[in-house]
Design a protein around this ligand. Sequence first.
Ligand code: NAD
Length: 489
Amino acid sequence: MTSVSFTSPNGSFDVQTGLFIDGEWTAAASGASFPVLNPATAKEITQVADAGVEDARRALDAAVAAQKEWGATTTRERSDILRAAYELILERADDIAHVIATEMGKPLREAKTEATDAADMLRWFSEQVQHQTGNFAPAPKGGYRIITTYQPVGPSYLVTPWNFPVSMGARKAGAALAAGCTVVLKPSDLTPLTMSLFVQILHEAGVPAGVVNLVPTVDAPAQSADLMKDERLRKVSFTGSTPVGTQLLKQAADNVMASSMELGGNGPFLVLSKANVRWAAKGAAGLKFRNAGQVCISANRIIVHKDVADEFKQIFLEEVARLRVGAGTDPDTTVGPLVSDQQRDRVQGLLADAQENGATVLAGGDCPEGDGYFLNPTVVENAPLDSDIATTEIFGPVASLYIADSDEEAIRIANDTRFGLVAYVYSQDIMQAMRAAEALEVGMVGLNRPAVADPAAPFGGVKASGLGKEGGHNGIEEYQIEKLITMAV
Ligand code: NAD
């Protein structure tokens, strides 16, 4: 099969450009392929095999065939393989970072953090699976015992987005493999190479043939429509936009398939009247422009109490002025390109609409000269609360600031959305901070810190932002059945 070469500080290395089915790299049955572009140059990096429906079915056949044996391995065996993968990913973190930076545009430093986070995820599940217990209890009315035990749910379809091309794969595959499930992985067609390298590493770490299968495609709707009809598939785990998530949930309903959904957000970032304003402004700028704003837990609406708004704005704008736009592969870059021209057009559309509706641009708003899908870091204020920029996920390097007259108003604005993934609260007053954290209708809150994700923490949203948790103490259970055995005594 064909491959493409990259160079990192470790030297040059190859990434497979085929499908991975039943332990073999292979071309698509149709021979079709699709181009993968570098968003910093708009030039093609390579072609990747385009899995048709027939290939995806073969991948599912392989996953089904491998399920019994993989599900019967001991937790120690699965743990050892995941631990080996953790170590290999750490060794190859620079390689992975180079692939991410090239095909996705993420700045190298952030891309390396993503790679080490992916490794950490595998380490967490490798440890976690050895600590799972069932239950043995006397029935309250006597006469029998209640025993519960965990079993793998079965072959799982893992669909991941482009914005965290390796860590989203690790979060899903780590839990699924630890639980004893075999998987069919479908990466985003914008970032298939990172997932390909991840799968190569899993294979090298000792994951047996058929247990992990990789089927990138440009026609995801056709692939999922076909696979999701198959009763042998027992689980779908999806990270991506809410419309695609709801579509998959409808398909899952027909076979009563277990489903985990990590969907879109509209994260409010609240700077309350008692905030440490410098801390909040630096935190908000770091969070907002991370990955050029293409983060589901980004700060979509920065809501600042009027008493601290001037100070916040001044520090925030100073932080934005320090950002350096460039290719992800340039070590000095802090803000890379958007992933595609469609994404850049969409974000520019939101910006133009906000301006037409009265928002003021305080910084940026334009694109740098040259090729690539760049947009300069942008700050706007006073967009109407019902404008598109306030109600939808921006997913780009545009910060939108709103002023609230009171802390209560800030919370009311924050909750006025159908999404509920994450919120951030800055306040030095412990009661004010906790009251806000408890009142926010979200799955996760960052209190005086601009981050929430950790392998040991349950990641997930409420409302239209999703179902289920990834990571934490229950992450593995998303891929398991809790089976009851009652025993007469
Ligand atoms: P997307 O929904 O367009 O695509 C996500 C994945 O789904 C891709 O692999 C895509 O090819 C695939 N896909 C598209 N249509 C499909 C279909 N009909 N059937 C099966 N698969 C299909 O999202 P995106 O643009 O890649 O990612 C950005 C979105 O993901 C944002 O909304 C963001 O908030 C969300 N996201 C959420 C989280 C989270 O944990 N909640 C994390 C990262 C990204």
